[in-house]
Design a protein around this ligand. Structure first.
Ligand SMILES: [Zn+2]
Ligand SMILES: [Zn+2]
Length: 266
């Protein structure tokens, strides 16, 4: 099946309208698509949606209009620092884009320069930063149990540009592994997220390969999402991701289809 449940539109920080994305999805042969605008975050209005009611009405309108041509789902990318009204949505994708730093709640994915200055507020201590990130996120996952866990190791967004300062550090690797084992207890679906590839930050998806192996080995669930912010990238790296998951040892990924999360054999 061809699906994607991590899709941004001009309701938040995406480029295209939801309807333009639906049209492209049909053209590309998608079986189902889910929209996941950034949930409202009162402490940072720079990229969340401000008009939630309008977003919900529009996705519901598109569901009806394109019925029989493609399945459309109304989701939301909820941030761990501010919860949404869960009952408004078909599913929630739970992500963490911030850490609690000395100077307040700070974004971790606002650009490489910003990331470097954030690291300075942790006295250059990457492990302390990663710990702050994973602790908040894992707590959120275990208590909230989102349907899907977004880009689990987003903290490594700029790691290729930083000479793999995280991934080459055994202390980081064991920290990330410890947290993914905890998060696995939630039984939520992890996403393999290709968004940073489309945007040129990375050459491999989230989560890192060692974490994918741990998910697989422990019977965790996985779903392929592109986290696209424009219609051209709706299917970016999807076919390669299926091969990657097969290589890791997964036999199937999860899709939301006919209103339920189900297995789709790779
Ligand atoms: Zn995100
Ligand atoms: Zn996203």
């Amino acid at each position: 099946m061809l699906t994607n449940y991590h899709t941004h539109t001009n309701f938040c920080d995406g480029k295209d309208s939801a309807e333009d994305i639906v049209k492209i999805a049909i053209e590309k042969g998608f079986d189902a698509i889910g929209f996941s605008s950034h949930g409202y975050t009162s402490f940072d209005l720079s990229y969340c949606m401000k008009n939630t009611a309008e977003y919900i009405a529009e996705i519901n309108r598109l569901k009806q209009k394109y019925k029989g041509k493609i399945q459309i789902y109304l989701g939301v990318e909820e941030d761990a620092f501010e919860l949404v009204k869960r009952e408004d949505y078909d599913y929630i994708l739970g992500s963490s884009h911030y850490v609690k730093a000395k100077n307040g709640i700070m974004p971790i994915d606002l650009g490489h320069e910003h990331f470097k200055s954030l690291l300075k507020t942790f006295d250059g201590n990457r492990i302390a930063l990663a710990k702050a990130y994973f602790e908040t996120f894992t707590d959120y996952i275990l208590t909230r149990k989102p349907d899907v866990i977004g880009h689990f190791d987003l903290i490594t967004k700029y790691d290729e540009k930083d000479g793999f300062a995280f991934l080459n550090n055994p202390e980081y690797v064991s920290l990330a592994e410890k947290h993914i084992l905890q998060a696995l207890k939630s039984d939520c679906i992890f996403e393999l997220n290709t968004g940073a590839i489309a945007r040129g930050y990375r050459t491999s998806p989230y989560p890192a390969i060692n974490l994918l192996h741990l998910i697989c080995k422990n019977g965790g669930k996985i779903m392929i999402n592109t986290d696209c912010h424009n219609k051209e990238n709706l299917d970016c790296f999807v076919e390669q991701s299926k091969l990657l998951l097969k290589d890791v040892g997964f036999n199937y990924s999860y899709v939301l289809y006919d209103g339920k999360f189900k297995k789709d054999y790779l």
